[in-house]
Design a protein around this ligand. Structure first.
Ligand code: NAD
Ligand code: ZN
Length: 353
């Protein structure tokens, strides 16, 4: 395809100080290095991770000034001289893992999110809350042109992450997974992946809007943690034989559910920690962990293969999680709603509004 004209400047949301206000302003369009592509981001999802970055929640330094965002879907408009396997005009996605060294033992075994030199979009390198973003060519997600760029944006982090989490949970069709934080961005997609895989899903979250959304997505049961007198009992009672779910996928941005999960998970079950509440600890009673033979593990995004598999579910129409579109200029409003726990599903930013 012929070259696409790229402007010199673009609109972006820039964080100039951790914990500070975002500035919506014009900044230069970056130039891709030899192994990179420049993507004209059309839509970007807003993940709770972006809010953690803004608030400085984690023991990991963010780049400052920072353009956040890591669920960006768009069109390749320029590429470095070493890039041969992606064309100008192709559709591509920028995900959390922007790049990795490709040669360490983790990269060699496709655990590239564990690479000590991993580059993180919207955290250690600029991300997708701008109109033109850079990604390492080896890592950008390949998107077929029949996929809508707005709908696929949340799959680029939320989708990949929950799909990988379900793999790590070792659950089979017919078994039951409790999804904690089911009404949020990751949770709404987790319900969809469970349904697509024939796995029963128990949604746990708070409020009628999130209950209605989980019901409409096909959750087999919903437990409102703000109303339940005993979440542990209610989750177990929602399983076929009352013995608890085979796995728990923890997506909530709160510490308490991380403590409760081992209490209601089924013997031999797996608890997968994915959500990253600030300063939180996992705590489990040793006796029941041992005699119930429970596995407790973390799961962190996904590799390139997980990415393409998660995207393929979307392409086949199996994943239709709800999202609302809002302009990039209105990103602070999205963070206010997120902080208040008022987002059912995901917000997707139109980078030209
Ligand atoms: P979100 O804000 O959209 O959803 C979080 C949900 O948790 C909300 O619906 C909220 O109501 C619910 N919740 C809060 N307290 C709860 C409780 N006690 N019980 C049940 N539900 C509760 O956030 P998101 O974008 O879905 O992200 C979720 C978390 O996952 C964040 O911490 C994010 O940083 C993390 N994350 C991790 C990875 C990874 O690779 N491990 C990847 C992406 C995001
Ligand atoms: Zn994310």
């Amino acid at each position: 395809m012929a070259a696409i004209e790229v402007p010199k400047t673009q609109w972006a949301q820039v964080l100039e100080e951790v914990g500070g206000q975002l500035k919506y302003k014009e900044i230069p369009v970056p130039t891709p290095g030899p192994d990179e592509v420049l993507i004209n981001v059309k839509y970007s999802g807003v993940c709770h991770t972006d809010l953690h970055a803004l608030k400085g929640d984690w023991p990991l330094d963010v780049k400052i000034p920072l353009v956040g965002g890591h669920e960006g879907a768009g069109v390749v408009v320029a590429r470095g001289q070493l890039v041969h396997d992606i064309e100008i005009g192709d559709h591509a996605g920028i995900k959390w893992l922007n790049g990795s060294c490709l040669s360490c033992s983790f990269c060699q075994t496709a655990d590239e999110s564990l690479c000590p030199k991993a580059l993180l979009s919207g955290y250690t390198v600029d991300g997708t809350f701008q109109q033109y973003a850079i990604g390492k060519a080896a890592h950008v997600a390949r998107l077929s042109k029949d996929i809508p760029l707005d709908g696929v944006a949340p799959v680029l982090c939320a989708g990949i992450t929950v799909y990988k989490g379900l793999k790590e949970a070792n659950v089979k069709a017919g078994e039951t997974v409790a999804i904690v934080g089911a009404g949020g961005g990751l949770g709404s997609l987790a319900i969809q992946y469970c349904k697509a895989m024939g796995i029963r899903a128990i949604g746990i979250d708070g409020g009628d809007e999130k209950r209605a959304m989980c019901d409409s997505l096909g959750a087999d049961a919903f437990i409102d943690f703000t109303k339940s007198k005993d979440v542990v009992k209610d989750v177990q009672a929602a399983t076929e034989d009352g013995l608890g779910p085979h796995a728990v996928i923890l997506l909530a941005v709160a510490e308490k559910p991380f403590q409760q999960a081992t209490e209601y998970v089924r013997p031999r079950g797996t608890v997968v920690a994915i959500g990253l509440p600030a300063g939180a600890y996992l705590k489990a009673e040793v006796f029941s962990t041992v005699v119930k033979m429970i596995s407790i593990k973390g799961s962190y995004v996904g590799n390139r293969k997980d990415t393409q598999e998660a995207l393929d579910f979307y392409r086949r129409g199996l994943i239709k999680a709800p999202y609302k579109i809002i302009g990039l200029s209105e990103l602070p409003k999205v963070f206010d709603l997120m902080l208040a726990g008022k987002i059912a599903g995901r917000y997707v930013l139109d980078t030209y509004k």
